[in-house]
Design a protein around this ligand. Structure first.
Ligand SMILES: Cc1cc2nc3c(=O)[nH]c(=O)nc-3n(C[C@H](O)[C@H](O)[C@H](O)COP(=O)(O)OP(=O)(O)OC[C@H]3O[C@@H](n4cnc5c(N)ncnc54)[C@H](O)[C@@H]3O)c2cc1C
Ligand SMILES: Cc1ncc(C[n+]2csc(CCOP(=O)(O)OP(=O)(O)O)c2C)c(N)n1
Length: 587
């Protein structure tokens, strides 16, 4: 009977599933697996400086390829550091396997050095989470974990004590089934007919499309053409929907466009396709609402429905479109296309650079110089970036600028921590993206708070020779939260950041670095960074108090804003108040 070590079988099983790299930080509980990876040579070990980076990087790889990606952490604190990144992967529904090493098996339950219970800790951020306590469990448990991550789309965790990994086990050839499979979910004919009937009743139908529209662009355009419907995108759907799309009216939501907001609110029928857009206050109260989603459990969880259909967007639309009459009346569509053009014009007018000056004042700037509009930075990067660039944006205002100013063209991709909403995602995701697509340009929109949170992994860019381009929106603040505090009517504290010289940090990490304070220097700096043969950072000094106004301002937000203004005046922060007031008037 052929025997192999558990680690050997684990690595072979991963290779059979198409895994080519594992992100993580080593530790002696991982030694058996590490040694097998070294010996086998078919998997690259990507050492990072923080395990959370490894989990985000694996998530980016899985998002971009749809295939399994793997990260690993050593026992106790080593794998606990994975947890936030794994939550992000799980909520974004990307297939990731985490190998969580465990303390020696005979010590479990004795409060041993570094003891935790990963098989319990990771339950909430995984579909499958099991401990291998016997050699006879491999390869079965590993295969089930992989299969579950791929089929249910999300995280699976295998906890494995270091000593078990080194033991001999009976060798079983890895199963052929552990590959990503993409079955189509079709609704029944009767359900599609019911949907067609309901849609025919609507005079003003708006489509809200999300990430579930991936691969269904042609069908979506045919549908909108027949219904004469404007298409609003949810943020995760942008990259799949907004290109070559004459029906596009932008995003809705707090950081969305007023055209997207009104196209939904003023529709008599809303058709939700592959979206789990979470903000309930942005759904219409009176319209008939139809939702199509491949997961039945997601139907109706954000808004009440008149009809819920379980099905893939592509398969459902293929069946639906032939049943619909083409409409002649395009009043609803035209109205919101025009609205969108006006909104777009308004946003583009904000994306300007005034050489040598800008209206605000912020701490830490060169004397006599005031910061740039972040919108201008975003617009210039959009113009200069490659046609097939992969972008990632940090949670915070970089998400706003990416949502509003990065053009999606069907080849570009956009990564973020959109569902989990964790800071510090952009640079780690860029690591995964660049390793997966070494020939493509990978650009981050980073916040100074976000970048500094996992800043140790700037070192990984040079170490792994990853030419990632970091566009740093340097505003010396946790600005998004500052804005939220203002909207909530509190003066706030804890948002100020005393930053290092990021260019010096970048250079000492082996990167190209350039600081830009004057808009006139921006294009040259971004071009140099893009042309540099290696990792680069552009420290763009931007205005801290640019408002990301919601498409509609509710009374309580206005009251809150005024309350903040009052407190600011009473506390003698008048300069910032004027700054804000000017900006909100502009808009
Ligand atoms: C700071 C910040 C601000 C934000 N502000 C906004 C905002 O203003 N506007 C906004 O839109 N978002 C905003 N977001 C993002 C928001 O939180 C959600 O992540 C986003 O709206 C979800 O997009 P989605 O519905 O496309 O993706 P998901 O939430 O991933 O939903 C996709 C849905 O499609 C289904 N699905 C998947 N594949 C298929 C298929 N083939 N066929 C059918 N169904 C399928 C899934 O089951 C799921 O229900 C913000 C995020 C951050 C961090
Ligand atoms: C891990 C984590 N901690 C805190 C928050 C709350 N939060 C959301 S955005 C944000 C500020 C982000 O600051 P920065 O990266 O500097 O971007 P800015 O908004 O200033 O442009 C904070 C603290 C979060 N989302 N995630």
């Amino acid at each position: 009977m052929t025997q192999k070590t558990v680690a050997e079988i684990l690595v072979e099983t991963l290779i059979a599933a198409g895994v080519t790299r594992i992100y993580g930080v080593v530790g002696d509980s991982l030694n058996g697996i590490l040694e097998e990876i070294r010996r086998n040579k078919k998997i690259d070990w990507i050492g990072v400086r923080h395990e959370e980076t490894g989990a985000f990087a694996a998530g980016a790889e899985a998002h971009l390829t749809g295939e399994l990606a793997v990260c690993a952490g050593s026992c106790g604190p080593g794998n606990m550091h994975l947890i936030n990144g794994l939550y992000d992967c799980h909520r974004s529904r990307v297939p990731v396997l985490a190998i969580a090493a465990q303390i020696p098996s005979q010590e479990i339950g004795s409060n041993y050095f570094q003891e935790t219970h990963p098989d319990q800790l990771f339950r909430d951020c995984s579909h499958y989470c099991e401990l291998i306590s016997q050699t006879t469990q491999v390869p079965r448990v590993i295969e089930i974990a992989i299969q579950t991550a791929l089929t249910n789309k999300g995280v699976a965790v295998v906890a494995i004590p270091g000593d078990i990994a080194l033991k001999q086990a009976k060798y079983v050839k890895p199963s052929a089934t552990i590959k990503a499979c993409h079955p189509e979910v079709h609704p029944s004919e009767a359900e599609v007919e019911q949907m067609a009937k309901l849609l025919e009743l609507g005079k003003a139908v708006t489509i809200l499309g999300g990430a579930g529209c991936a691969g269904a662009h042609a069908e979506l355009m045919q549908l909108a053409a027949k219904l004469k419907s404007p298409i609003v995108s949810a943020l995760r759907g942008r990259e799949h929907i907004q290109y070559d799309n004459p029906y596009d009216v932008g995003l809705t939501g707090l950081i969305g466009f007023s055209s997207g907001y009104h196209a939904i609110m003023e529709a008599d029928t809303l058709l939700m396709l592959g979206t789990d857009f979470p903000y309930t206050q942005f759904y219409p109260e009176k319209a008939a609402i139809i939702q199509v989603d491949r997961r039945g459990e997601n139907l109706g969880r954000r808004t009440r429905l008149d009809l819920g259909i379980i099905g893939d967007v592509k398969a459902t639309l293929r069946a639906l479109v032939p049943l619909l009459e083409e409409r002649n009346d395009d009043t609803h569509l035209k109205r919101f296309i025009q609205h969108y053009q006006e909104t777009r014009k308004g946003l583009d007018e904000l994306a300007v650079g005034h050489p040598g000056r800008s209206p605000g004042r912020s701490p830490g700037r060169s004397p006599g110089r005031s910061p740039m509009h972040p919108q201008y930075v975003a617009k210039i990067v959009d113009e200069l970036a490659a046609d097939d660039a992969i972008f990632s944006c940090d949670v915070g205002t970089p998400t706003v600028w990416a949502a509003r100013y990065l053009t999606m063209n069907g080849k570009r991709r956009l990564l973020g921590s959109f569902n989990h909403g964790s800071m510090a995602n952009a640079m780690p995701q860029a690591i995964g993206a660049q390793l997966t697509f070494p020939g493509r340009q990978v650009v981050t929109f980073s916040g100074d708070g976000g970048l500094s949170m996992l800043m140790g992994d700037l070192l990984s860019l040079n170490q792994h020779k990853l030419p990632v381009k970091i566009i740093l929106f340097s505003n010396s603040a946790l600005a998004f939260v500052e804005l939220e505090m203002k909207a909530a009517g509190i003066l706030g504290q804890g948002t100020e950041l005393v930053n290092p010289d990021f260019v010096a940090v970048a250079r000492s990490a082996g990167m190209f670095g350039v600081r830009v304070e004057d808009p006139v220097d921006l294009k040259k700096a971004v071009t140099e960074a893009f042309q540099h043969d290696g990792p680069a950072l552009v420290d763009a000094v931007v205005n801290r108090t640019e408002l990301s106004m919601p498409p509609t301002i509710k009374l309580d937000q206005v009251v809150g804003f005024n309350l903040w203004a009052l407190k600011a005046v009473l506390n003698g922060r008048g300069d910032e108040l004027i700054d804000l007031a000017v900006r909100s008037l502009i808009r």
